[in-house]
Design a protein around this ligand. Structure first.
Ligand SMILES: [Zn+2]
Length: 206
């Protein structure tokens, strides 16, 4: 089944692979970079924190360059290739790939942010067990994009959207519902059952 997510097949040594990747996604990368730097600056300012300007984010990311090159030179080569292919600087690609590390510079609260996964075990044989996960995503992630992500079928049967998936003959879950909440506007969207084949219904949170 097509998920609507872009599929890119690349090959060759690291730098060459990166170049193909950067060239193919040049538009998405430059669009994302703009939103990315804007997100750090506006969010840090909105919280009254020391502003994470683009200049500061690049400076922070720059401190990772040497350790990254020492630890994973092939990945650094690939990142350099992406930068060349997309026509942006290596430092920008490095900053983009250090999202969670840079987020930690916002404050302790941000450093503790992220996702939560919970599990209700159900019976001893596994029947009735529930798994749920949220991800708190501020900034440039519109609700429509999040709803789309929840219909994802990449890596089936271990995709985000599951249909009574069987792995090695074992039943490993079915999507009961997808929920997207947008607290600032008081809106919520819920799709009952597997998200790819059920309608998203909008609700108010108040
Ligand atoms: Zn599905």
């Amino acid at each position: 089944m097509s998920t609507g997510l872009p599929l890119l097949e690349i090959s060759g040594p690291p730098q060459e692979r990166g170049h193909q990747h950067g060239e193919a996604f040049r538009e998405q990368i430059t669009t994302l970079l703009e939103a990315y730097f804007d997100y750090f600056e506006t969010t840090s300012r909105a919280h009254g924190l020391k502003a994470l300007t683009k200049e500061r984010v690049l400076a922070i990311a720059g401190t990772y360059a040497e350790p990254a090159a020492r630890y994973a030179p092939d990945l650094v080569q690939e990142a350099r290739g992406i930068a060349q292919g997309a026509g942006v600087s290596y430092e920008e690609i490095l900053a983009l790939n250090a999202f969670l590390d840079i987020l930690d510079y916002m404050s302790d609260a941000f450093a503790r942010g992220g996702c939560t996964t919970l599990m209700v075990p159900g019976a001893l044989d596994g029947t009735g067990a529930l798994i749920a996960q949220n991800y708190d995503l501020p900034g440039p992630f519109p609700p429509a994009a999040l709803r789309h992500m929840l219909t994802d079928h990449v890596n089936e049967p271990l995709a985000i959207c599951r249909h009574d998936a069987l792995v090695h003959g074992e039943r490993c879950g079915q999507t009961i519902c997808g929920i997207v909440l947008e607290p600032p506007t008081g809106r919520a969207w819920i799709a009952k059952g597997p998200t790819c084949e059920n309608e998203w219904v909008e609700y108010g949170l108040s």
